[in-house]
Design a protein around this ligand. Sequence first.
Ligand code: NDP
Length: 450
Amino acid sequence: MSFQNQYLLSVYQAVCQRNAGEPEFLQAVQEVLESLDPVVKKRPDLVASGIIERLVEPERMIQFRVSWIDDKGEVRVNRGWRVQYNSAIGPYKGGLRLHPSVNASILKFLGFEQTFKNSLTGLPIGGAKGGADFNSRDKSEGEVMRFCQSFATELTKHIGADTDVPAGDIGVGSREIGYMFGQYKRLSNEFTGAFTGKSLYSGGSLVRKEATGYGLCYFVQEMLSYIKQDSLEGKTVVVSGSGNVAIYASEKAAQLGAKVVAMSDSNGYIYDENGIDLAVVKQIKEVERGRIKLYAERVPGAVYTPGCGGIWSVKCDVALPCATQNEINSEHAQQLVNNGVSVVAEGANMPCTPEAIEIFRSNHVLYSPGKASNAGGVAVSSLEMCQNSMRYSWSFEEVDAKLKEIMATIFHNAYQASEEFGHKGDLVIGANIAGFLKVAEAMKWQGVAY
Ligand code: NDP
């Protein structure tokens, strides 16, 4: 795709000038703005209110020093951020990422995407993202705790149950949320739902751990059923990554009758023609925090190949990228198409490059963007906020049923928007438009100044 509309092109050019050197943010903005061409034609009132110019600028961005003491007694310094992207439809909400690659561009892209994703869930949550350039992989338990406490000491000044509610993302699971929530509680002297992804002992919600992966499969199931009168039953599936999203996407895919044959981490991938034994993956990744390579040493017949990109050469019907941004490039996409893939649904945020998406589009692969198909995590986070406010908790079955319904609704809203705006079945355009319109109406209604 490219810009058809002069106004949208000029907004994008201004964004490029103002955010030079931030490729991930520009990539995300370009994809959304290109989708808005039919909206700009139908809704000149939104153009006149400057909604799009305002949406490409985060409301607030906080950058801070995170200093902490390592096990040798030496002082270490990392850089932390919270991007409070948009609060038009609710308190800021979005995950925290701890990974050495984290920078302002990545967090702005994630906050921008989160704004539309949260809108798509139909729940009252604004968009945010945060994190730090910290690598927990080579750190001891004590070091992770001290880092998280130092990070949360600054974060506490900016968050709250009705202001901004962070959650997990890459490198941030229940362990890290626990240390941060503990520090928040000490400093604020309040036990409130200022974080989600909490442990079940401390106000967490059932199904939150499984939500993004399960939600992804519910979305795929609805998409296959509605568009092709088909299902995941009997499909061969490849899932990249072996973290939170990947593990629970694999679990639900298997429960729905599919066979997951490959998974990966940032070093390489495993192939198991008998179907991945998820209990072994969970033991390695959730208990031992080890490398995926160990799987092939423990399961007869399984093969490990170094290099994570190779996973896309594995023949499959359904590909679920659940690791990180831009992990599927045009070469990988072409390999998937040559091997007959029929569905690509994003569990990660922006895992496919624009060139890869074009290849899927032109080969009629059913493709769903992360902001639609991975919204299950934040949806259940919002349900966690709900339960915290009520001082009440729902059963696993209740939360799971709500998640399933939300994912089906997201699919239908995106599909319907694609149809209404003249691009029937294009879920990139449909999700961007459906997510945008709700935020835009709220911003227009609230007036220009914040
Ligand atoms: P985790 O940290 O639990 O797992 C990330 C996985 O991806 C790990 O297996 C990791 O391997 C792998 N990975 C990371 N970087 C790369 C890379 N450059 N190449 C290949 N593999 C890599 O994170 P999550 O599962 O929580 O998140 C995965 C994706 O899903 C992210 O894009 C995140 O933004 C998105 N997401 C997460 C949600 C959630 O609820 N957790 C909600 C919505 C989206 P290694 O261990 O080697 O680093």
